[in-house]
Design a protein around this ligand. Structure first.
Ligand code: ATP
Length: 251
C-alpha cells in the first residue's frame, strides 16, 4: 500500500477539562479527496487546527508525507506542502485581486533580494500569479479590489491563494458556506480542477457536495471518527445514519 500523505495517530485535544478530540486515527492517501463530516461541535475545525499547526495536540501524532510534524508551526507545515483555507474568508479587501494572489505566490518564493527590488521585476511572479487567476477564472477581475468581489468570487480568490504554494495536501473548511446552489455547483467544479493530482481534506456541511466530491468520507462525532468509507458505504452505514445523516440522505 502507498504511504499515506497524512496520518493521524491517537490524536487528542482538550480545552481545560473538556476533551474535544478523542483519539483520532485517520489516513489520507496521496491524491485522495477525503471529506470530514459530522454534527456541529463534533471537532472538525479543531482537527484541522491540529493538522495545520494552528493548535498544539494534547497527545498523539500528526505525520505528513512520512514526517512527524506534531508541534510544528503553521508556516513550517505549509512550507512542507500542506495548505489550508479557513471558514472565514482570509483575503486583503483593500488590495486588488492580482495583488492578493501575488502576495500568496511571493510567500512561497522567499527572495533574499526582495527588499531591494521592485516586486514587478521578480522573475516569474507575474506569470505565476496570472496562471492562478486564470485557473480560478478571476483574470478579468484582476485589477479590481478584492473587497468588491462577490462572496463566491472571494472564495475563488481564496482557493487561488491556497493553491499558490503548489501544496500536496489542501485542507478546505466549509468552502461552500453561504453560497447559492449555482455558486456551489461552480465552486465544486473549481475545487475539482484545482485539486486534481493533490490530496484534499474538506469539511463541508452540504451533503450533496460531499457525496459528489469525496472519494472517501470520514465521520466525526463527539471527537471520534465513527466511520470511514466510500460515499455509498457511508450512506448505508447504520451508525452514521443514526448519528448524523438522517434517513433522507440514505433514501
Ligand atoms: N479554543 C477553544 N477553547 C475552548 N473550547 C473550544 C475551543 N475551540 C473549540 N472549542 C469547542 O470545541 C468543540 C468543537 O468545536 P469545533 O469548532 O472544532 O467543531 P466543528 O465540528 O468544527 O463545528 P461546526 O460544524 O459547527 O463548525 C465545541 O464545543 C467548541 O465550543
Amino acid at each position: 500500500m502507498t504511504e499515506p500523505i497524512l496520518q493521524l495517530k491517537a490524536l487528542c485535544k482538550s480545552f481545560g477539562d473538556t476533551q474535544i478530540i478523542r483519539g483520532v486515527d485517520l489516513e489520507v492517501a496521496p491524491g485522495e479527496r477525503r471529506a470530514l463530516i459530522g454534527p456541529n461541535g463534533a471537532g472538525k475545525s479543531t482537527l484541522f487546527h491540529l493538522i495545520s499547526g494552528n493548535l498544539a495536540a494534547s497527545s498523539g501524532t500528526v505525520a505528513f508525507q512520512g514526517r512527524d510534524i506534531t508541534g510544528w508551526s503553521p508556516q513550517r507545515v505549509n512550507r512542507l506542502g500542506l495548505a489550508r483555507s479557513f471558514q472565514i474568508t482570509n483575503i486583503f479587501p483593500r488590495l486588488t485581486v492580482f495583488e492578493n494572489v501575488r502576495l500568496a505566490v511571493m510567500r512561497q518564493q522567499p527572495q533574499p533580494t526582495a527588499f531591494w527590488r521592485r516586486v514587478e521585476r521578480l522573475p516569474g511572479l507575474r506569470e505565476a500569479t496570472d496562471r492562478l487567476l486564470e485557473q480560478v477564472r478571476l483574470h478579468t477581475r484582476a485589477t479590481g479590489l478584492a473587497g468588491e468581489l462577490s462572496y463566491s468570487e472571494q472564495r475563488s480568490l481564496e482557493i487561488a491563494m491556497t493553491v499558490a504554494s503548489d501544496p500536496r495536501l489542501i485542507l478546505l473548511d466549509e468552502p461552500m458556506a453561504g453560497m447559492s446552489s449555482e455558486e456551489t455547483e461552480y465552486t465544486l467544479n473549481l475545487i475539482r480542477e484545482v485539486t486534481a493530482g493533490r490530496a484534499l481534506l474538506i469539511v463541508e456541511h452540504d451533503m450533496d457536495v460531499v457525496f459528489k466530491l469525496a472519494d472517501r468520507i470520514s465521520v466525526l462525532v463527539y471527537g471520534e471518527v465513527i466511520a470511514t468509507g466510500t460515499p455509498d458505504e457511508i450512506r448505508q452505514h447504520r451508525g452514521v445514519r443514526e448519528a448524523y445523516l438522517g434517513e433522507e440522505v440514505a433514501a
